[in-house]
Ligand binder design. Sequence first.
Ligand SMILES: Nc1nc2c(ncn2[C@@H]2O[C@H](COP(=O)(O)OP(=O)(O)OP(=O)(O)O)[C@@H](O)[C@H]2O)c(=O)[nH]1
Length: 506
Amino acid sequence: MQPSLRRPHRLALAIIAPRIFAFCHTFGLTVWIAVVEGSGWTLILPGMLLLLWPGVAYALAAHAQNSKRAEFRNLLFDSLLFGFWCSVLDFYVLATITIGLACLMNNLVVGGVRKMLIAAGLFILAALFGSALTGFTFRPYVSNRLDIYQWAGAVVYFLTIGRVTYSQNRKIGRSIGEIRFQNRVFHALLDLGAVANRATNIHTLLVDSLNHLQTHFPDYGFAVFLQERQRSEVTRFAAVAGLSSEDEKRLRFLLTNVHGQGGDPTTLPQTDKGENLYVASMAGRLSMYEGWLIVKAPSRDDGLKQILSLFADQLAAATENKLLHLELKKTAERDGLTGLYNRGFLESALQMSIQGKVQTPNLDFAVLMLDVDRLKDVNDHYGHVAGDQLIACVAQYLQFHCRDSDILARYGGDEFVILFPSADLTAARRMANLIQENLPEQRCTIDTASGEHEELMLHVSIGCASSSEVPAQQVFALADERMYANKSQRRKQWADGLGTASRPFL
Ligand SMILES: Nc1nc2c(ncn2[C@@H]2O[C@H](COP(=O)(O)OP(=O)(O)OP(=O)(O)O)[C@@H](O)[C@H]2O)c(=O)[nH]1
């Protein structure tokens, strides 16, 4: 495939001006000598090749597949050409020294000592070839005026090269700064995913993400707001990092100006304090919320706009994933009617407790089992909706008495289980007593099938067991057995009309 003309490597671009100057100056020198020695056009005409070479060199670099390598070749060819021309000019000493030095220096700067030695070799070879071709003549001096011309050219040339090197250094410095910044952005984006994965809910996700961004960009302040799509006046989640509460209030106010804007980052009007605020909307990236990521920059920073939408995208994706994950987790672990853990979750937790006891014999666990008495009667008499309400009522009551470390689950229709992952029978018994003692005061209001409200007392049968009594695998069965024993005893009491237990519900 034919390589097309394109912008050559920066080396070729940087060298173009000094090269044009050097070859034009040498052409001037040639004309001067041609006039002085009277050789006229026989010297000037071939000298015009010097004027052509800078253009050819540029075209070669622009056409080449590897423009940088082509420019290295051009620099070596400079040495070849100048070596030959110095022999044509009969080794006029000042020109040979200054031109030779320029060739060596250029190759040394871009390619090190190796390239410089190659350039020196080519310069000498071309000079020898030129001498062989045109006959060796040595004319070390032409005139004072030509010396001055050559000195002036050399000074201008070396200063130009110095200027070029300086501006290249500055460009490299700027590029390094940009690369470092992009590296920071890249790492911040990469780590943001890990931070989001660790978060247990949306609020921690947002707070941790912003804190994380702030550790990467300590001079910047960050804020994020998520509002309900249907009710834009309700801010569901908000988090800030590196901003004062005053800043946060002002940002909320400023947000009203950017409502309804698309996804492109915007610069908010500069505040009285001269702060530079940038906002990126997460519109269209979140299914249930409208979101905004706001950055307070220490100075005007137009590059920030580009990376801001990257951060906003990443944050929106992480939030959306987390919402989905939490929803799935809830569906997998929770019971739809009561919101308590379901049977599947309880069984996994129980297995973990059993394994824990096997591995660490001192680590006991206890199980408390409850069954609502005569739910069938309630269903039959008041309807299933009323039965559901009773179940939800019992769940609420149990939840009230449980601690965070207790695992409360709806095991079946009207059966509940509380697992105490690191407790012995005392804890389970204490809880059983607490529940039974407070139960007589509990009332549950249900809606009957005929549309009336009815107040029911709660009645439950309870059994508990612990791994300090029986092998871990048998704890659950023992609690179940005890619960049924308790139920039989209560049934007998109701049948006999004895004891404190009143006949449930009806
Ligand atoms: N309303 C409602 N009823 C349910 C639900 N799950 C199970 N049930 C009913 O609850 C009753 C549970 O029956 P059992 O536990 O055997 O007996 P009971 O009526 O509670 O009487 P006890 O012997 O005192 O336990 C059954 O009639 C089930 O149909 C539910 O989610 N909602």
